[in-house]
Write a protein that binds this ligand. Sequence first.
Ligand code: SF4
Length: 413
Amino acid sequence: MELDSKLAILADAAKYDASCASSGAVRGNSLGGKGVGSTGGMGICHSYAPDGRCISLLKLLLTNLCIYDCHYCINRRSSNVRRAAFTADEVVKLTLDFYKRNYIEGLFLSSGIIRNADYTMEQVIAVARTLREVHDFRGYIHLKTIPEASPELIETAARYADRISINLELPTQKSLDLLAPEKSLVRTQQAMGRIRLKLDEASDRRRNGDKKVRHATGQSTQVIVGADDSTDADFLARSDELYGSYQMRRVYYSAFSPIPEPSRILPLKAPPLIREHRLYQADWLMRFYGFKTSEILSPTMPNLDLELDPKLAWALRNRQDFPVDIQTASREVLLRVPGLGVRNVDRIIQIRRYTRIRQADLLRLRVSLPKVQPFLKTADHNPASYLLDSDALRARFVPKPQQLELFASDEMR
Ligand code: SF4
């Protein structure tokens, strides 16, 4: 098969992996497509480097052949999809060609499992090793690893990559048993734990001045949302554990999208995209705003409110904590005010040292006044208590139905 045909098949097959893509990005179909450089087409995607830069990556599967039969995956062994496989040298050549033409700044490489986990990992490593050692490739490399592969191989992959990831796919073993029967939550977590230890060792060596250490600086994972009845509480509880115990850089939430020739146990429809967005917002609240999972969701409320962002929904459930005084409230309290993001809270704390903050100051900081007004006291505004007690307060924030999919909270941008 021609290299171009393989590229079309294997770039398209890789598009279902969200763990290097922006949330909500349009997933283009590169089959039959032309023109390198269109996001999502011919395997170019955007991701964020450890230093925060947005970079373009060549996103490929080494092969879409697979011995596993995960129901949600178009590449599962029972799927009737067209198959292809690159050799390691072909991926190296494509990466270098694209890199030299300035189309990409790195490679994101995943693979179906061929023969067995170790054999597949060896092929993936061969690509990274050749790029680094033979061609002195300094670009970004993100390698998807397989939890069933031997620890030594995963560690070798981490030495050539900037980022490595293992897809958890589903938040509980019960869900895996249903949709990905060959996968084990415990095995995946064990592999993540080993990666975390090696990441810690490498960062200790860097801190101690070892400039030669070559090792990935982080791990990430992906879960599929809406392929079974897992609740948002299931996802967030798992994410909380992953961030705390495995120092995960990112958990990517990928809304299940119906695939051609789907398994009969899958839902016919994709979940609303807004659910994926709300999970990212809730995840953000846990990582940067000091929220606990139990504050965002509970056994009696296991799913996020799709109409309101999770911080606003929390504030409306906890009106007794508001309004807060912008002049005296602690950083932690200000971070819980709907409409105030981390950057604005830090600016407010600076500014209030030498002035009494008025609404005009908030406007200059581009804070949405309608959103903060019920929750915040300023020098020239003291929200009337009837506003906070009003049943109509929620209705004031619920977007009109046609805007729901596009609605994004200011502080999460
Ligand atoms: S192991 Fe990966 S490629 Fe294979 S069927 Fe499962 S999700 Fe798809």
